[in-house]
Design a protein around this ligand. Sequence first.
Ligand SMILES: C[S@@+](CC[C@H](N)C(=O)[O-])C[C@H]1O[C@@H](n2cnc3c(N)ncnc32)[C@H](O)[C@@H]1O
Ligand SMILES: *[C@@H]1O[C@H](CO)[C@@H](O)[C@H](O)[C@H]1NC(C)=O
Ligand SMILES: *[C@@H]1O[C@H](CO)[C@@H](O)[C@H](O)[C@H]1NC(C)=O
Length: 319
Amino acid sequence: MAFPSKVSALLLFASASAALNLFLLLPSLFPSPSCPTSSPVPTKVGDHRMPEQIFPTSDDIKWIRAQIHGNSLPDPSNSPHVWHSLRKGINPRTREQQLEDLLRFKGISHYEDAGNIHTDLPCPGELLVEEHHSNYGEPWAGGRDVFEFLTSAISLQPSDLVLEVGCGTLRVGLHFIRYLDSGHYSCLERDELSLLAALRYELPSQGLLHKRPFILKGDDMNFSRFGEDSSYDLIYASAVFLHIPDHLVWVGLERLALKLKPMKGRIFISHNIKFCSRIKKECPMKLEEIGLEYVGNHTHDSLLFNHYEIWYEFRRSVK
Ligand SMILES: C[S@@+](CC[C@H](N)C(=O)[O-])C[C@H]1O[C@@H](n2cnc3c(N)ncnc32)[C@H](O)[C@@H]1O
Ligand SMILES: *[C@@H]1O[C@H](CO)[C@@H](O)[C@H](O)[C@H]1NC(C)=O
Ligand SMILES: *[C@@H]1O[C@H](CO)[C@@H](O)[C@H](O)[C@H]1NC(C)=O
């Protein structure tokens, strides 16, 4: 694979899942590197020119380093104390304090007519202070890495159709929604708090309401409400299938297989495929039964923090 990889020798279907779960839960156990020095990944894949640049180029990285350097900004320190000593002339608030202020002053405005309502979509303080950016442990910025990786892996075009399973608070989904044409992103998610964060805060605050993403609540892998004959270029699940019981994953995959565009369509599943590794030898047979074929795995690095993810790629069986 053409993607930069820090891991090369992980075993297929191996019990790497335990280590990965630990990694998911405790990213701070892993050493934090200095800023990235990765070389650019081409924005051209095959003969298709990407409609807009997805990955930063090495020139982009050089440029942003020059901006930081040109402003005489120090390298980030590993010590929270040193970092916080930079907060001169700032009135720092933790999320908790910010929330307390919001609740106490009821979002009081700085203007005289604070009694009037200036808000079309009243939003709870918990969302306004972005508690949900930490709902799933992983840094929010990692959503961009996933988007860049998946988009480039299949040369996704804005006119393509994408379905996400378990989009959570749209950590990844936001980037797809922004990139894709209006109405081309769909998601099935079961968690009410995540859906509230996505619909009441993320879409409005990111200015993405006009993109009309189709986000539905559900936990039963029933995709019929997305349209019986919809067919997708990309279906992905980021850190989702490892949390779902095997039987439900298989039910889901069987239904999703029918929703893939015949030649081009791909399913990408991140982190691990325990549902498959648990039945080892039978797995390829079972995949064949439901009309799927395992294509291979990929890893991708992160721009901002020391992190990689493993993704498993599937397509519709040719037969
Ligand atoms: C670890 S979070 C990842 C969220 C998001 N994909 C991301 O990368 O930030 C797993 C998500 O899967 C959702 N999920 C779990 N089981 C599900 C099911 N049966 N159907 C739909 N979503 C589910 C959870 O509610 C949660 O939002
Ligand atoms: C990824 O695929 C390679 C090549 O088939 C294989 O050697 C490796 O074990 C796989 N890694 C994982 C974690 O599945
Ligand atoms: C899926 O949901 C639709 C209604 O939204 C319902 O008619 C159908 O029976 C459900 N299918 C399954 C397999 O549960």
